[in-house]
Design a protein around this ligand. Sequence first.
Ligand code: FES
Length: 118
Amino acid sequence: MSERLTETPPDVTLGPLDLIPDGKARNFVLEMRAGRFHGFVVRRGETVHGYLDLCAHLALPLSNRLDAYLTPDGSHIQCSWHGALYRIEDGACVGGPCVGAKLRRWPVMVRDGMIVTA
Ligand code: FES
């Protein structure tokens, strides 16, 4: 099994911003020589927020269905397992079993209409 990475190099192009519908989230898996990185990106308008796909509660992947990272109303990130709720802006847990903990940020940005790692 390849190692699970917690960082990516800068300037990796993930794809066009329109890959993610506004207000939705998308999973990304990056295969690198050193191992595999699992993260997800939430789009809000022209802004993107990226996090490692790792719940702050039991360190499980947040979503048990593809790209299902958000509450039905799109207002928060929600873990599929025990319902931890996280703010999209800063990854702070504001509900569920790990209030006060934080998702680990994956620095991403939009440049010339493309989502790239920072
Ligand atoms: S593993 Fe995410 S809430 Fe428990």
